[in-house]
Design a binder for this molecule. Structure first.
Ligand code: CAA
Length: 258
């Protein structure tokens, strides 16, 4: 178990499970949770025994947003002067895959954190939204950008302008989540999915994550070129030699991460 106050971190084999743990505040994301989460993700990335992480919350809330009580008294000079929320960019630099397992509310910063993960598995109880407009503000952790890329302009615009929540079915139809699970099976399925990823050759996992991410930030031609170069690079790894030999010899590959 972990040394943190606002998150719980445990290793389940090669999978790191991070549970957001501010139940009284519905896991509202404050400065402490950010700093503990960044620390845990850094440790996860550096630990060669770990191959994939799962971030989850409680049954009621993945996270109900950035901590409104922490932001309430801040003015423009504080927010802009300290580049508030800029710390979250470091979360997205995690090189190993991170799955968001979302049950209940994923609102504001909670929805944005889920979208910063590599993909979202949703319980049938999940509710996604960007309700910041009701507080007379806006998303600030990337929501207006990631939601628009995930679900398109019409839905993203409507959600940001009205604060309307999307249920799990709508989120799956719109492409925001990869799959919906009964709430009782969410965590087990997420851990199983993470274990599958963690069982793959580590360099190939990093390369696959990196190339899918590049699709969001570049033209198709540049993205295809980037993919091809990384694909070529994987032929410089011992695990590629092993993986293809194992297939031909009808056995499982044994990875060295080299
Ligand atoms: N920040 C701080 N505290 C929060 C919180 C948040 N985002 N969301 C909930 N809480 C607190 C409540 O204040 C309450 O605390 P007290 O018991 O001390 O009063 C406790 O969590 C339980 O919440 P509720 O009593 O409101 O629970 P509910 O079941 O009646 O309602 C809810 C649940 C609909 C999620 C409601 O809590 C809610 O609307 N929360 C705020 C959602 C929101 O606006 N999120 C966006 C925040 S701004 C942001 O995220 C900016 C950004 O871009 C990053």
């Amino acid at each position: 178990m972990s040394q943190y106050e606002t998150i719980l971190v445990e290793q389940r084999g090669a999978v790191t499970l991070v549970t957001l743990n501010r139940p009284k505040a519905l896991n509202a994301l404050n400065t402490q949770i950010l700093s503990e989460l960044l620390d845990a993700m850094r440790a996860f990335d550096e630990d060669a025994s770990q191959g994939c992480a799962v971030i989850t919350g409680s049954e009621k809330a993945f996270a109900a947003g950035a901590d409104i009580k922490e932001m309430q008294a801040q003015g423009f000079a504080d927010m802009y002067g300290h580049d508030f929320f800029a710390g979250w960019d470091a979360f997205t630099r995690t090189r190993k895959p991170v799955i968001a397992a979302v049950a209940g509310y994923a609102l504001g910063g909670g929805c944005e954190l889920a979208m910063m993960c590599d993909f979202i598995l949703a319980a049938d109880s999940a509710k996604f939204g960007q309700p910041e407009i009701k507080l007379a503000v806006s998303p600030g952790m990337g929501g207006s950008q990631r939601l628009t890329r995930a679900v398109g302009k019409a839905k993203a615009m409507e959600m940001c302008l009205t604060g309307r929540m999307m249920d799990a079915d709508e989120a799956e139809r719109a492409g925001l989540v990869s799959r919906i699970l009964p709430a009782a099976e969410l965590l087990n399925d997420a851990l199983k999915t993470a274990a599958t990823i963690a069982s793959m050759a580590p360099l190939a996992v990093k390369a696959n994550k990196e190339m899918v991410d590049v699709a969001y930030e570049t033209t198709l031609a540049q993205g295809v070129q980037f993919e091809r170069r990384l694909f070529h690079a994987l032929f410089g790894t011992q695990d590629q030699t092993e993986g293809m030999a194992a297939f031909v010899e009808k056995r499982s590959g044994i990875w060295t991460g080299k």
